[in-house]
Each structure stands twice: as structure tokens, then as C-alpha cells.
Design a protein around this ligand. Sequence first.
Ligand code: ACM
Ligand code: ZN
Length: 506
Amino acid sequence: MKIIPKPESITMLEGDFVFSGSTQIVGLDDFLMNDINSFIDLKDGDKNSCVFTLSKIEEDYRIEIGENIYVIANNREGIYHAIQTLKLLILEYYKNEYSYIPCCIIEDNYKYEYRGFMLDVCRHYYPISTLKKIINSISLLKMNKLHLHLSDDQGFRIQLNRFPLLTDIGSKRNGTRGDGIPVSGFYTQAEIIDLVKYAKDRFVEIIPEIDLPGHTSALIASYPDLHCKGKEIEVEEYFGIVENVVCAGKENTYKMLEDIIGELANLFPSKYFHIGGDEAPKTQWMECEDCKETMKKNGLKTYMDLQSYFTNRIITYLKSINKAPIVWNEAYHDGKLDKVANIQFWADGLKCKNIKNALEEGYPLIYSNNKYCYLDHPYSSLSLKKTIKAQNDMISLSDYGDIVGIETPLWTEWIKDESKLFKMMFPRTLAIADVAWSKSTIDYKEFRNRAANSLNALFIYDIEGSGIRQSNPDCITSLFESIFFYGRMIDKKLGRTIKNYKNIRK
Ligand code: ACM
Ligand code: ZN
């Protein structure tokens, strides 16, 4: 049976169940009824029933398909998951204009509680309609977190009533890498409220991210007081690592960031709030009297210590409003980070202290190792076959501590439109969904066999991913794809990124 993510167990039985206009579907509200009906052809046929019941069971859901279908789940979310499984089966076995499903028993449960996808809407803006398609697609795959990267050097993308300049100035840039074509866009609060509800109906939680203290050119362009020296800058149009960071010494910074986060937190009911922490060069802090004074007053020896101090202050505020912080792994430094922080692991090695230490010290970890999870990477670096290997990497890390789940980020420096976005997202997100949910070891060939059915289901949501073959390019295609992808990064600001990179861990 071609189901992604792979269910925990399937026991095949004799015969088929046939959905028809005479099938009685019992136990669903209108929303869930519409969801399953969108996949069923209601032709004349025999009377039978498909009954959904809430009851205490060990699994997330259980489906028994015989003369009738009986679905049991612990809660409405489990029922929703069962419906997604049924939809894929209906599609797989559809023939002669009838929706058949072979009789079987499916018992299913998830491995990781956190099953996420991240979209960077700063480098390029995507309308709400695209975000809704993403929610449709990830919820079909039983993924339950959509992380929105809302603030970066290249744009600030959400309306805040208390800080109108964040959108009047911060949501617009003059061009991209000197092309002279303006880029702008932001989500109104009304749009966000509608989106959060849309996601909640599909059991997806939206997690906002305001990246701090680095990747903040759009924030500083809007409110220069946030800069150590009050410098007036423009929203950045080149990519890479920029020296602009918010001042960690001035009290005014903390007051303003708390106000920004506070207003945002009211819009997103998620228990999580992501405060970034990646790639923050210390260049400006080294020249700032306020930052130096704060270091002295608090006995901080290095600028990395100042980043820990800064992050912990924001975390203290998040705790006061009942939000669980998530940070990128660079914010973890020498055990100084507040233990409540969930660390999102994207890059180990030179850029951060060994992630295994963080696990051993008891920090909960969200796995997003760029080697297996970064969907902006071309298929030549991250093929579909390689994406599945995230499972092995996670298993070996889990010896050291608590892995909450997995999230696959899609950065959009090189992705300007929806069609390209979905080509990068799929089919690799199918692999991530399998890794996030399935407790069994995933064999690539067996996974590939299931993948085409899910790609077909995505067509129903107007989403066209890359083909399976394209997503495992041969050597020659890979070579050209890599030359094109990495060659494009060479621009007049590459030297700036290299220089700033050296100042991250000071
Ligand atoms: C990141 O990719 N800089 C989190
Ligand atoms: Zn400063």
C-alpha cells in the first residue's frame, strides 16, 4: 500500500471495500466529511458504511477495512490522520471510476511529536495562497509544524500595530543583488489570523521566527535605534552574512524586542516562538561602548557570552508569556544558554560546538541538519536518496539525548516563485515526512515505490513537485547543477560574508 508516511503496521485481508453514493459515512463533522469526500467518486453502488469513533487506544489511529470501515482514534487529530491515510489509499486503488480499497487492518502511530517544514518568506515573499497550499500538502503527510521565518536582512514580513515602520520600511527592498527590481510584501494581521485558523483546522501549528541578534538589517533599517551606533541602513539586497546585528548593550533594544515579540505572540497560539540566533557576527558589538559596558557589568568574557546573555534575556521574556523558545544551534554556547531552549540543529562542526554535547546537557533538539534537510540545496547535493539518510543520522544522535523531531527548512534566496518552490520541496518533503513519522527503518527502494502515489495526491492540491528521476540526478547533470548553484553565489559581496563569518564565534 502506497502510503506516506509509512504506517506502523498493515495486515492484508481478503476482498475489497468499495466507496459509493450509498456508503454511509458516520461520525465526522462537516470539515472532515468534506476532506474525505474530496477524494471519493460517489457512484451508485452497494450499501456499506465507514464509521469514525473516538475511543482510548494505544495507537494514534486504527483502521479496519472489511465489509464496512471502522476507524478509531484517541482524538480528532488521530481521525484526521486516518482520513489522510484513507485518501491516499482511495487514490492508489481508484479504478473504473470507483474508489476501492483492499480489506486490511492498519495500526499507526508517530515516532516524533515535532514534524515540521520551514519557509523563508524574507528573501522572497510568498502570498497567503501559497502558504495554504503548503499547509494542505504537509498536513496530507501528517506533518504538524509550519515554521515561518518572518524577519531577516532582506525583509520583515508581518504587520505590527505598534511598529508600523517594520512594514512601511522593512518589508521593501530596492532590488535583489543589483537587479533594480523592487521586492516587497507582508502579511496583515487579519491574514495571519485567517492562516493560523486554516492551519489549526488541519492540525498544523504555525511557529513564527524573528531572527536575533543577527540577520536583522530589515529591523534596523526600520528602527535605527536598534543598531549599536544608531546607523541608518537600507533593507539588504545582497545575500550572505551581514555585519548588522541589534545592540545587546542598550536597554532600549530589549524593551523594543519584547514589545515586538509580545504583539506577535498574541497572533500565533503555538507554544513555540523561534528567536533565531544563527550567523551573528560580533563586529559591531566589538566597537560598542554599551555592549562592552554590559559585558563588564555581567562578567561576560567573550562576545559569544554576550550573545548567550542577550538570548537568555529574550528567553526570560518568552517564559513570562508562556512560550517555549527555539534557537538555531549557534545560540548554544558553553552551556550558558537557558536549558528551556529547544535547539534547532542545522550545522555542526566549525560553526557550533558539538551538537552531541548539547544533547548530553539535556537540551531538546529539533533536527534540521543541512546535510539532509536543507531543501534550498540543489538535488545534486541533496538527492531524494540522500534525504532518507536523515533517519540514520537522527538514530545515531538519539543515543546522546532527546530529539523532539525533525524540520526541513526551505530558504528562498534562489527561489522566486511558487512553481520552483514546490519543485524544491517535493519529493524531498515526502522523505522527511516518512523519517518524522515512521518507526520502521526506511529502505529507499521501498520508499520510492510509495512516493509516486503521494506526488499524484499533491496534484489534486495544485502542487507539482520534481519527478523522482530528476531528484536523483546522474553525475553529469549533478556537475552542471552544482556549478550553476554554487557559481551563482559568487558576487561582489562574497568577501563581506567571508569576513563576517570569521567574526561569528568571537
Ligand atoms: C541557517 O541556515 N543560517 C539557520
Ligand atoms: Zn551595542
